[in-house]
Design a protein around this ligand. Structure first.
Ligand code: DGY
Length: 331
């Protein structure tokens, strides 16, 4: 007999073992043992049955699906910080609470952003590919071969000075970069002072002055194609762009064309506009370092994200406001 005092929780993807074990102890839990991405039909069926849905970035939960959700569905406890795949406004209007997993993936995502900056500026992937391809037939050291660009002294423009943007700024400072940023709101002067960060009210002006541009803002209707074809043209040809936020923030077609035409020096992308599809033009560019959405992919972060999901479900089920509730006005 199902235990009706415990919420029926459906998890759409395979989570770390320890997280799944704990969830099975605490809740009536249905796992996705083979980790296949849910089809729209499976998602609709899960939303018709569950008290709590635990989706991930691979599940598109739009207003239509929310409209069809069963009366039992009261909480969407997302495994991930970004909630652009969930129509939070529609969910809230239907009395469904949405939560996410902030903070615990901040440092790992900032590490990955820094890794992409290093990889593009110092041509790490190209170099590693040569050794793997050529083995001991690689041409050997030469004073003018495989030259990249020094990070120290370069201007880094961070778009989005939230948790991850600030964690990136700290790292970039340690590499001797000059930190600049554009954000919806200027951050507190104490934070600016700590990060040695210069605020640009005009994104256009900042873009035209930077050597490295990093996208670290959430994807919302206001940030869709924030780096539009027009804005991309403002960027200096020696500059590079990295994106560990969401692909939709950059006009990927325009970016790929600029890269192919040599109007921008390089890109480091962990996310894509039509994920999991990758723009074929990007695949042809030597100066594109492309990763499969790995920003938060550490054992530690994924475990802590799972713990956050559990805390949110328990708080909600016990009648409290969950600590990581996402409200439409926050987006
Ligand atoms: C996040 O947490 O938003 C990651 O990008 C995976 O969804």
């Amino acid at each position: 007999m199902p235990d009706t005092t415990r919420p029926f929780v459906i998890i759409t993807r395979k989570l770390p073992d320890a997280v799944e074990t704990r969830m099975c102890e605490l809740f009536e839990t249905r796992l996705n043992v083979d980790d296949h991405p849910f089809s729209r039909e499976e998602l609709a069926a899960a939303m018709a049955e569950a008290d709590v849905l635990v989706p991930t970035v691979t599940d598109r939960i739009d207003a239509d699906l929310i409209e069809q959700a069963g009366k039992r569905l009261k909480l969407i406890a997302n495994f991930g910080v970004g909630v652009d795949h969930i129509d939070v406004e529609a969910a809230t209007a239907h009395g469904i609470t949405v939560t996410n997993t902030p903070d615990v993936l901040t440092e790992d995502t900032a590490d990955m952003t820094m890794a992409l900056i290093l990889a593009v500026m110092r041509r790490l992937v190209e170099g590693a590919d040569i050794i793997r391809r050529e083995g001991n037939r690689w041409p050997g050291w030469s004073p003018t071969w495989m030259l990249g660009r020094r990070l120290g002294g370069k201007r880094l423009g961070i778009i989005g000075m939230g948790r991850i943007g600030q964690a990136l700024a700290r790292r970039a400072r340690a590499f001797g970069m000059q930190v600049h940023y554009h954000n919806r709101r200027r951050v507190h002067p104490d934070i600016e002072a700590e990060l040695g960060a210069t605020y640009w009210e005009s994104l256009d002006q900042m873009l035209s002055r930077m050597d490295v541009i990093s996208v670290n803002c959430p994807h919302t209707p206001a940030t869709y194609h924030l780096l539009s074809a027009r804005r991309l043209k403002l960027i200096q040809p020696h500059a590079i762009i990295v994106n560990t936020a969401r692909g939709e923030i950059i006009d990927e077609d325009a970016l790929a064309q600029m890269l192919a035409d040599g109007r921008i020096a390089g890109v480091g992308l962990d996310v894509f506009e039509h994920e999991p599809a990758v723009n074929p033009k990007l695949l042809e560019c030597r100066n594109a370092v492309l990763l499969p959405h790995m920003g938060s992919a550490t054992h530690e972060a994924r475990h802590e994200m799972g713990e956050k999901v559990i805390v949110n479900i328990r708080a909600f089920w016990d009648g409290h406001t969950p600590p990581d509730q996402v409200l439409p006005e926050m987006l």
